[in-house]
Design a protein around this ligand. Structure first.
Ligand SMILES: [Zn+2]
Length: 108
């Protein structure tokens, strides 16, 4: 049985309703269990949200390339963030300009 979580726009209360079928949900007019207001919106549960966010950390190079070529800034940003967190060693190392300069003074 599908269960849906709702949040009331009027009083801010949260409640959940269980429907026998998806058709029953479509036909239903959900109302707040606390104040009876009809201005309620469905709360998307965590599972649905997790589905929206792709797991870039397990991506192959080709998949990453396709994300980059896709040009979706949000996806590219999320990808780099995830890859950076899970595998910092793969990040390109920037070598400071002054590296190795101080040792030459001791040699002469
Ligand atoms: Zn309410």
């Amino acid at each position: 049985m599908p269960q849906y979580d709702f949040r009331c726009h009027s009083c801010g209360g949260a409640f959940s309703l269980t429907f026998k079928t998806y058709a029953a949900y479509d036909a239903a007019d959900p109302r707040c269990s606390a104040c009876g207001a009809g201005a309620v919106s469905r709360v998307i549960n965590r599972v649905s949200i997790a589905k929206d966010e792709r797991d870039y950390s397990g991506m192959s190079a080709n998949e990453m390339l396709s994300v980059l070529e896709g040009g979706d800034e949000k996806q590219v940003d999320a990808m780099f963030r995830q890859v950076g967190e899970s595998a910092p060693a793969t990040q390109p190392t920037v070598i400071p300009k002054q590296a190795g300069k101080s040792t030459s003074a001791d040699d002469s």
